[in-house]
Design a protein around this ligand. Structure first.
Ligand SMILES: [Zn+2]
Length: 109
């Protein structure tokens, strides 16, 4: 099951990777963060290890469905109009973008 915090962690991690010009996640990117942000990222390291930020090729990020709460790695260029994670689910998955704040939170309210 996937929650709001995972989406926030992915969004923050992508923003840090972009700003550092790194294609893959590294724990040293948490150096300038506060404890709450660092702890959040550490809780979801298994997901962060799957992310890829590449300027010339596709971004690999995470999409999560607010209805069934399942998630999957996706290529960013693919817009998701309907949940393909659970048969019969009518949810529209939210794709985590490179955002350094908590803006994905409202999407799951
Ligand atoms: Zn769904």
């Amino acid at each position: 099951m996937f929650g709001v915090e995972e989406l926030d962690a992915v969004s923050l991690a992508l923003a840090l990777m972009r700003d550092a010009n790194l294609e893959l996640w590294s724990d040293r990117l948490t150096a300038g963060l506060d404890d709450a942000q660092r702890n959040m990222l550490m809780r979801h390291r298994d997901i962060l290890s799957m992310l890829v930020w590449a300027k010339r090729s596709a971004l690999v990020t995470v999409a999560a469905c607010p209805e069934c709460r399942r998630w999957s790695c996706v290529v960013k260029s693919k817009a998701l109009k309907q949940c393909g994670l659970t048969v019969g689910c009518n949810g529209v998955p939210v794709v985590a973008k490179a955002i350094a704040g908590n803006t994905t939170r409202s999407l799951f309210s």
